[in-house]
Write a protein that binds this ligand. Sequence first.
Ligand code: PHE
Length: 339
Amino acid sequence: MLAKIEELLQEVDSLTAGNAEELEALRIKYLSKKGVINALMADFRNVPAEQKKEVGMKLNELKNRMQERIAALKETFESQDNGTAELDLTRTAYPIELGTRHPLNIVRNEIISIFNRLGFTIADGPEVEDDWHVFSSMNFAEDHPARDMQDTFFIESHPDIILRTHTSSVQSRVMEVSQPPIRVICPGRVYRNEAISYRAHCFFHQVEGLYIDKNVSFTDLKQVLLQFAQEMFGPETKIRLRPSYFPFTEPSAEMDISCDICGGEGCAFCKYTGWVEILGCGMVDPAVLEANGIDSKVYTGYAFGMGVERITNLKYKVKDLRMFSENDTRFLKEFESAN
Ligand code: PHE
């Protein structure tokens, strides 16, 4: 028995395994229940009493050294597993693809740049707003049905805190801290409680504009919007204003542009009218000026607001609004050359 143990002790350090399976085979052969060392342990009973001490010590030594050897071999595999052994620094790198600008950002930037050139600066404000800035300061009477046109998301415990339904709230914030002349555009994301479909979403993007000064008239509004439409959709573009209603403007209008697919002749896109609607606008209601600390006897102003998705649809004929927020790179890549 002692000779057998000595023989095994000689072997321990030369044991090797080429992979994890071979190592497992070694473990089973030597250390498992039915393994060599356990068999020796079972035989230990038959060792004569005077040899028990010597044989017992050798047997323990064998068991310990075998466990250490197998653990050491295991470690070499595990450190190989993390890939360091296969790291090939000469291999060609994976190409890191350059992303493309999102179509909504392309169009928003274009809108901003047109109005920048017309003298408008950018104003920014929070998406999580209070009722005052979104509705009350914009002349929405409490419980007025106009609030239904822009149903939004409320927090039950604090109904005064809402997600803004339009960036007019930013206009209110600008007016409360500054005096005319004011000439700003407010780009940003807005939220409405809408069922999601190809033509509506619970969030979308707007660019609203506000100009307040002495003697600002409807003519100024019309000229600025014509300029915008022709820069955005081409010099042949015509505009048309239809009377409309918004609580914050009086008079109010909706603006159409001549259909750029059929040139105004009438086609399926413009539903054979020759016109497509692109924005809402009007003269700022004196009540809004007063609510925001501006003297309505001295100043007048105009405001307008458009949906960036709508303008993008018109420019690029995107049929389904949901595609803008699906992050499908096949769709986004189509705008590569528009950057
Ligand atoms: N705030 C309006 C909306 O979101 C758009 C608008 C802005 C209309 C300014 C008129 C004047 O529907």
